[in-house]
Design a protein around this ligand. Structure first.
Ligand SMILES: Nc1nc2c(ncn2[C@@H]2O[C@H](COP(=O)(O)OP(=O)(O)OP(=O)(O)O)[C@@H](O)[C@H]2O)c(=O)[nH]1
Ligand SMILES: [Mg+2]
Length: 349
C-alpha cells in the first residue's frame, strides 16, 4: 500500500525531578545537601531513511514518545537521561507543524535529522542548588546555567523536571525523481518505464492500471543515471477529482523534466491532439509551474499502422518537436534516452 500523507503526534520525555536529600559525612558537624539532579527527557528525532518509500508505517502508528528522564537520588546520583525516539521517514517527506502550518523541514537527503520535540530539562538536585547570593557568579560557572530557589529556611531546594515538547506534525511525501512521465491512461507510461529501467510496473490494456507512483532508475551512457517516476494516468476533469484525480501530481512536482506520452495510435478512440491539449490544461490547473516545466513530447505506439497518419496531423497542430517511439518494438527509445539526458544536463541546477 502506498501512503503519501499522514499526521502524527510527537512527545518528548519530561525531565526527571531533582532530589532533596541530606547526608552527614563522618567527622563533619552538619549534614549537607546530597540530592542528585534529574536526567533530561529524551528527544523525538526525525531521520530521513533511503530504504523507505512510503508513509505506510504512520497509517498504523500515530504517536511517538521519547522516554522520560529518571529522577535524581541521594548521594548526588544524577538520574539517567530518557531514551530518544527515532522516527524514520522516506526521503522526500515534508514535515509541517499541523497547528501552526509552518514547514519545519523538507527531507531531501538521506540521513538528514531533525529534533522535532526536545526533551524537558532534568530538575536540579539540592546538592547542586545554588544559594541566591551566589547566583550571579555560580550561573556563569554552572555548565548548564541551571539555578534553583532557596528553601524557606535558607536551605537550597531541589527543582522538578521540565515537561518535554509535544506537537502534531503533518507529513507529506513528495517523491524525488528527475523525470516525470505524464499522459492519459493507456498511453504507455508504465511500458516505457519497464523498457528503460529495471522497475516492473504493471502494464495492461485497461485504464488506471497504475494506481500509485512507481520509481525507476535509468542508466545512460558511462555511469550516468536518472530517476524516472511513473504516475497514474490523468484524464479530462482530473482537477475535479475525475479518475484518480490530481493527488499524485505532487510526486512529479520536484522533477526537472516531464516526458509527456501521447497514444499516437489512438487505440482507445480518443484524439491525440485533444489528449495533449487536455493534459496541458489539467497540469496548469494543478500548478502553472508544472505546465511550464521543460517537456519532451513523445508519440508512442508508432508500431501500429494508423499512428503515422495521426502523427502528421499531430505535428501540424502542436508545432513542436515530437519524438516517435514504440514501447512494443523499442524503436526510438535509445534516441529518447539520449534526448532526456541532454535536456537534464541543460536544466541541471
Ligand atoms: N502496440 C503497442 N502497444 C503498446 C505500446 N506501449 C504500450 N502499449 C500497450 O498499451 C497498453 C497500456 O500500456 P501501459 O504501459 O499500462 O499504459 P499506462 O500509460 O501506464 O496506463 P495507466 O497505468 O492505466 O495510466 C498495454 O496493453 C500495453 O501493452 C506500444 O508502443 N505499442
Ligand atoms: Mg501505468
Amino acid at each position: 500500500m502506498f501512503v503519501d500523507q499522514a499526521q502524527i503526534t510527537v512527545a518528548a520525555g519530561a525531565g526527571g525531578n531533582g532530589c532533596s536529600a541530606m547526608r552527614k559525612e563522618p567527622y563533619t558537624r552538619y549534614p549537607r545537601p546530597s540530592g542528585g539532579s534529574g536526567g533530561d527527557g529524551g528527544d523525538v528525532i526525525l531521520v530521513a531513511d533511503p530504504q523507505l518509500s512510503t508513509l505506510l508505517d504512520f497509517h498504523f502508528r500515530h504517536e511517538f514518545r521519547a522516554g522520560r528522564g529518571r529522577h535524581g537520588s541521594g548521594n548526588t546520583k544524577t538520574g539517567k537521561r530518557g531514551h530518544d525516539c527515532e522516527v524514520r521517514l522516506p526521503v522526500g517527506t515534508m514535515v509541517v507543524d499541523a497547528d501552526r502550518g509552518d514547514l519545519l523541514r523538507d527531507f531531501v537527503t538521506a540521513g538528514e535529522r531533525l529534533v522535532a520535540a526536545r526533551g524537558g530539562r532534568g530538575g536540579i538536585g539540592n546538592a547542586y542548588a545554588i544559594h541566591s547570593t551566589m547566583l550571579t557568579s555560580c550561573r556563569a560557572h554552572s555548565v548548564r546555567g541551571r539555578m534553583a530557589s532557596r528553601g524557606k529556611r535558607g536551605m537550597p531546594q531541589a527543582t522538578p523536571g521540565a515537561v518535554g515538547e509535544a506537537r502534531r506534525l503533518r507529513l507529506e511525501l513528495k517523491l524525488l525523481a528527475d523525470v516525470g512521465l505524464v499522459g492519459f491512461p493507456n498511453a504507455g507510461k508504465s511500458s516505457l518505464l519497464s523498457r528503460i529501467s529495471t522497475a516492473k510496473p504493471k502494464v495492461a490494456s485497461y485504464p488506471f492500471t497504475t494506481k500509485t507512483p512507481v520509481l525507476g532508475v535509468v542508466s545512460v551512457g558511462e555511469g550516468g543515471s536518472f530517476v524516472a517516476c511513473d504516475i497514474p494516468g490523468l484524464i479530462e476533469g482530473a482537477h475535479d477529482g475525475r479518475g484518480l484525480g490530481m493527488q499524485f501530481l505532487r510526486h512529479i512536482e520536484r522533477t526537472r523534466l516531464l516526458v509527456h506520452l501521447v497514444d499516437m495510435a489512438a487505440v482507445d478512440g480518443r484524439d491525440p491532439v485533444q489528449d495533449y491539449q487536455q493534459l496541458l490544461l489539467e497540469l496548469s490547473t494543478y500548478n502553472p509551474a508544472l505546465a511550464a516545466r521543460p517537456q519532451i513530447l513523445v508519440a508512442n505506439k508508432m508500431d501500429l499502422p494508423q499512428a503515422h497518419d495521426h502523427l502528421t496531423r499531430f505535428q501540424a497542430a502542436v508545432q513542436q518537436p515530437v519524438v516517435p517511439i514504440s514501447c512494443a518494438t523499442i524503436s526510438g527509445i535509445s534516441q529518447l534516452l539520449t534526448l532526456i539526458w541532454k535536456e537534464l544536463s541543460n536544466v541541471k541546477t
